[in-house]
Design a protein around this ligand. Structure first.
Ligand code: FES
Length: 167
């Protein structure tokens, strides 16, 4: 082989080595950037506020309002002259029941527990009624739900101030 072809081969090898080095450097740098990004923006779940406004009494018709079910985990129920905020967490193992207008009951898809519109359990393995959250009237007449305060039927807390409002 001639010296010029040897030189050309060496140059080609040099450039391919150089390209590989650049690729490795770029990959390393992007990996490092990824780590910096993960450190700067860690996996954090942003929970909605425990206390939130739900509007005014007249906004709620007789029955179950599902406006806050997905966003805040709450049904606002107007029944028998009362308005109250029910937790949408099944008291058996924590699944999310569905409101069934035809039967006027909450039905849990996991193991078949059922709750009346009041939140009281009537079938399935659920050991106790759904929980209620505090509901209160603000100075401007609007209503707020506070999930930081829970009222349990089995503890005799339904009917206490904050567990419901007259509607
Ligand atoms: S979690 Fe609802 S019945 Fe089991």
């Amino acid at each position: 082989m001639s010296t010029s072809s040897n030189r050309s081969l060496q140059r080609r090898e040099f450039f391919s080595l150089l390209s590989l080095s650049w690729i490795a450097l770029a990959a390393g740098a992007s990996g490092l950037l990824g780590l910096v990004f993960r450190y700067t923006f860690p996996n954090v779940r942003f929970e909605p506020d425990l206390e939130f406004r739900i509007g005014f009494l007249d906004d709620f018709k007789e029955g179950v309002d599902e406006t806050y079910k997905k966003t805040n985990g709450v049904w606002v129920v107007r029944a028998e002259g009362k308005l109250f905020a029910l937790s949408n967490i099944c008291t058996h193992l924590g699944c999310i029941p569905n409101w069934t207008p035809t039967t006027q009951t909450f039905e849990c898809p996991c193991h078949g527990s059922g709750y009346y519109i009041s939140g009281i359990n009537f079938k399935g393995p659920a050991p106790r009624p759904l929980e209620r959250y505090q509901i209160k009237k603000n100075a401007d007449g609007s209503l707020s739900v506070n999930k930081g305060k829970v009222y349990r039927y089995e503890k005799g807390q339904w009917g206490l101030v904050g567990s419901e409002i007259q509607a």
